[in-house]
Design a protein around this ligand. Sequence first.
Ligand code: MG
Length: 164
Amino acid sequence: MRIGYGYDIHRLVAGRPLCLGCVVVPHERGLLGHSDADVVAHAIADAALGAAGLGDLGANFPDTEARWKGVSGADLLRETSARLRARGLVIEQADVTIVAEAPRLAPYRDAMIATVAAALGCTAADVSIKARTNEGLDAIGRGEAIAAHAVVLLGHANRGAPPP
Ligand code: MG
């Protein structure tokens, strides 16, 4: 098995949808970025690429390439998962913590888990998404940004296969 850790943070601004965990969450502000700025998808992809030893998100999906400019979190996860499978690796488990002062994310948790799991090609039971505030501290606590931390466990696709 291989393990990876990922982190992402984006600034909250007016006039953008709030995309978190491949779900649009109703809020008066959204995350700023070249893509949909989904910190959950970005942290998971970063962790998965790290676990596979494939480098960081920016190296794999440069925003200077037209193909990745404006890419959705779900598409990013699908492509990351495909790159892992091409190397004989599968996502066994992902655990994510979102750090956001607002909005309250509990009502969207199950939808995020289902959508992220579908994009990764694993089951909802393999994906955990938790949310907490930053207790009013620093930029996240002031509501200027949302961050996500992710840990991803990879296994070998042929694990459990009978010996040749
Ligand atoms: Mg990002």
